[in-house]
Design a protein. Structure first.
Length: 69
């Protein structure tokens, strides 16, 4: 969905989905870790740097929603 495929997502929105986690301390460091690990994985799979950056930007674009701010 994030890369323009079909939009079949029917789960909770990012705010609702993570609200109880923010209450337990979910913060920027966790979002950073996810983006970093995702990037490392894509690199291992031979994805080019420009596409990895695009993935990071997409993940970053929901940061404030995930962290409810
Ligand atoms: C790019 C940022 C993130 C995206 C796109 C994302 C996406 C999602 C989605 C789609 C769900 C399912 C929501 C539902 O219940 O319908 C979810 C749930 C969850 N996310 Fe994330 N997430 C992100 C960041 C994080 C981070 C940083 C953590 C913790 C390190 C995290 C931990 C969890 C957990 C534990 C759940 C399950 C919550 C529950 O049902 O109790 N997420 N996330």
């Amino acid at each position: 969905m994030a890369f323009g495929g079909p939009n079949n997502y029917t789960g909770q929105d990012m705010r609702e989905g993570h609200k109880h986690l923010v209450a337990r301390g979910l913060n920027d460091s966790h979002v950073d870790a996810i983006i970093e690990l995702l990037g490392e994985t894509l690199q291992e799979l031979g994805v080019v740097a420009q596409d990895i950056q695009e993935v990071a930007d997409i993940a970053n674009s929901v940061r404030d929603d995930v962290l409810n701010r």
